[in-house]
Design a protein around this ligand. Sequence first.
Ligand SMILES: Nc1ncnc2c1ncn2[C@@H]1O[C@H](COP(=O)(O)OP(=O)(O)OP(=O)(O)O)[C@@H](O)[C@H]1O
Ligand SMILES: [Mg+2]
Length: 595
Amino acid sequence: MKKAKNNRGKKTKKHTSKSIAKKKTVTKKKTVAKKTATKATKKSAKNTQSKKSIKKTPKKTATKATKKSAKNTQSKKSIKKTPKKKEKSLNEQNRTTDSYEYMSGQIPILITIKKSHGEFVPAYKLEVSAISETTELVLEKVRQELIRRVNLGIAEISNIKKTDIVEEKFEQMIKILIEKYFPDSDLETTKFLTAYLKIKSIGLGAIDLIMDDENLEEIVINQASEPIWVYHKRHGWLKTNVFLKDEAQVRHFASIIGRRVGRQINVLTPLLDAHMKGGDRVNATLSPVSTAGNTITIRKFSKDPWTITKFLKTRTISAEAAAMVWSAIQCELSTIITGGTASGKTSALNVFSSFFPPNQRIISIEDTREITLPKFLHWVPLNTVLPNQENKGEISMGDLLVNSLRMRPDRIIVGEVRRKKETETLFEAIHTGHSVYATFHANSAREVVERLTNPPLDVPKIMLPAISLIIVQFRNRRSGKRRTFQIAEITPKGDENILMQYDPKKDVLVPTKIDPITKFLNSSEDSSFFQTIKLFTGMETSEIKKDHKEKVKILNYLVENDIEAVNDVGRVIAEYYTNKENLMTYVNSNKKLEE
Ligand SMILES: Nc1ncnc2c1ncn2[C@@H]1O[C@H](COP(=O)(O)OP(=O)(O)OP(=O)(O)O)[C@@H](O)[C@H]1O
Ligand SMILES: [Mg+2]
């Protein structure tokens, strides 16, 4: 190690031209990453140190890093030892459950998920597949020089107003240093090195890399002595191979996150709740509030919003149940979407909002921007504002709700109803003729009624029938599956009446009373749902059934034709409302709608 460290800088410089010449003979498949590693390791490839580092480089890097010395025994040996084969043997010993690659900006990442013997939680291993150990050492030296030469005081770095200046200073210096240490690197390599140095010096380091893994829902730092945990869409909770250096680093990262969103976290304000530019939601707590250490919890924003097609494909809800929700939404029935933490309430709200007709004004009110509606809709998103350092300037959910009523909305989406004031305004909005769609924390329709009618919310029971529909989302903690658990209505007396209930054995929502003809929900007199629909549309029961069948058909058409992006789904729904005959000719012939 020492040897490499001493010679590193010079060697890299000296041999760059050679490596560039070599590069020309290399196949096109080579990545930037490989080039970088080649440069960094090329000279030292002949000595022991380089052998060591080559062995340790990930698959692609190793192949390239060894290309120069490919003719000698050592290189053959190291090629044989590239991670692909190594991985295979590890598979046998440690059961690799998953492995995939992605790009974090300019940086190629390799993720391996493994279950190790004796470990209860599978391991999530993050590797920057472009960087060999030697390159990493060079980069660390560059990083230290970078910090020395940019020479900013901590006050400057943590000054929110100076964020852009700080970033610019770093970028300029990185450019100079890359020219010094990697003078022959091409544009791609330069971009990669710049990105890597930037996240290492003024970013969140490995957290920034993990953040780009689209398979993750949550990234959690509990304290510096524990590795970072992640919640994976397919594998649940996993322990990563990423550790933060100490509590000071967790605190520093929390303040970087705060700075990125124009907020501060410090001894006086040890709690931070914010959403980042990309929509990810972040919470941070500093000790002594969190007694074991400083914490950071990041809920990742799904860049690809959930749509009804995806819900149907993942069996979250059946086409029959979705058609019923669609009818309810068409008829402007106010709906509460409920469920436990992370059960998929907000996602469901987003999904069902695509059933709105295109000629109505929709206002959404959220703390964190999570809702994404199809572009065909007439939609005004509003967001709450937290108070500033002097505790001034707060715009709460309640304030926005009151304001939205003056904006002539047809539909109001409320991100989450939690407090008494919001609940009161919500009911007021419904009573003044608006249809409202909100999420609410409860585990069943019964619990919604109980929580609403008891302190602290204390809504008089007589007001509850203003809510026409309750949709309960549920996450099975063992299997990780998310499903619609119940669809219920509120009776005129203010009690819940379950219309559909999830059957775990069949893994499907089952109507509580089945109509012998449609095999769907019985439209008998004891359900006010059908009565309301009849009243709203003037349709007879037989017409309602026909309409229901048609909706099921359209939903199945979406699935069969893979129409799943939010705007594509939105287009079909908009067509339904504006030109149904035309849509049905496409649906009946199972052809995609023309642009
Ligand atoms: N039907 C589904 N199948 C699989 N994953 C889902 C489904 N619905 C939502 N998710 C995922 O579950 C996570 C939590 O979803 P969401 O934010 O909608 O839940 P929530 O109940 O609103 O959470 P919170 O209680 O924090 O408000 C997200 O990562 C989302 O992508
Ligand atoms: Mg939510």
